[in-house]
Design a protein around this ligand. Structure first.
Ligand code: NCD
Length: 326
């Protein structure tokens, strides 16, 4: 599949309108193509500094119950770029401003917020809460991360970045590295990669932070080659796309477990010599210590541009689920 910038057909737009984006599993290959093409269309509009009003008169509720910089701000930037408006709840367990602090369930909160907006982007620390939110939402709901569960919009911008940098995902070896147990971005990316004709997926993690078996089994059942390994060097030497991730400190059962694992997967300058020609390095960010800053100079280190791609991809998602692509 090549992605050419383009608006969705009326039939594709109709098929998206009103849908929730909860995970990658429930998106078809055609859905991914529509999202990528629409993202490329908005990317071009941003580059040409065109003023858009596709979502004029629409309001997005931006509900973030866990720390976020990139996801929240790129969602909010996306709706503003489309001419829409945003209302926000942004809080953490230690800094609460909404009625969830009074014990309100997510279900009740969403039942109310439906009346205030046309689309909801929501992040929560609770794995699986996306199902509860989807039950309550009468406007389209986009999952901005549910605990250690899924992070579909991240995976979509990851796929978009690989397209932009390599022209294709097919025929390539992709390595997902780091905390594959608690990392929701790796969970969703694995599902996304499995929709393509990839050559192989390498899952590289410390022994204690392996990708959950059920996530691996469902991909293997599709006939995709998956290789697990427990050292970063192997992944670095064999992959065309290397996806690094942060050890998810906040999701560990104990401080000891975190301490044992926090320094095991670190990409440093010495790895640059080991890369395959044209290899690219991605990271959802924020980074802690897992990519040393010297690697930033490598031309294939695209993680900052990757974050930027969050805006056109989230513009595409917002406009598609509200049926607003003009
Ligand atoms: C990721 C997340 O929140 O899961 N960050 C992001 O959305 N860009 C990755 C992480 O926090 O490690």
């Amino acid at each position: 599949m090549a992605i050419l910038p383009g608006k969705p057909t009326q039939a594709a737009l109709d098929a998206f309108t009103g849908r929730n984006i909860m995970d990658i599993e429930s998106l078809s290959k055609e859905d991914l193509e529509t999202i990528m093409q629409t993202a490329a269309y908005y990317d071009q509009a941003l580059e040409e500094k065109r003023l858009l009003d596709d979502m004029k008169g629409k309001i997005m509720a931006s509900l973030f119950f866990e720390p976020s910089t990139r996801t929240r701000l790129s969602f909010e930037s996306a709706i503003e770029r489309l001419g829409g408006k945003v209302i926000t709840v942004s809080e953490t367990p230690t800094m609460q401003t909404s009625s969830t602090a009074k014990g309100e369930t997510m279900y009740d909160a969403i039942r109310v917020i439906n009346y205030y907006c046309d689309v909801i982007a929501c992040r929560s620390p609770i794995k699986g809460v996306r199902h509860e939110i989807a039950r309550a939402a009468t406007v389209p709901y986009i999952n901005g991360g549910d605990g250690s569960g899924e992070h579909p919009t991240q995976a979509l911008l990851d796929v978009y970045t690989i397209y932009k940098e390599k022209g294709t995902l097919d025929g390539l070896v992709h390595a997902i590295c780091g905390d594959l147990k608690y990392g929701r971005a790796p969970h969703s990316l694995l599902d996304a990669l499995s929709k393509f004709d990839v050559k192989k997926i390498i899952l590289a993690s410390p022994q204690e932070l392996r990708m959950p078996a059920e996530n691996i089994e469902k991909i293997k059942a599709k006939g995709i080659e998956i290789e697990e390994c427990f050292e970063l060097d192997y992944a670095v030497e064999h992959a065309d796309m290397i996806y690094m991730t942060r050890v998810q400190r906040e999701r560990f059962g104990s401080q000891e477990e975190y301490e044992r694992n926090k320094n095991l997967f670190i990409m440093s300058e010495r790895h640059i010599q080991m890369f395959r020609p044209g290899a690219i390095v991605l990271h959802p960010l924020p980074r802690v210590n897992e990519i040393e800053v010297e690697v930033d100079e490598y031309p294939g280190a695209v993680y900052f541009a990757q974050s930027g791609n969050g805006v056109p991809v989230r513009m595409a998602l917002l406009a598609l689920v509200t049926g607003c692509v003009k």
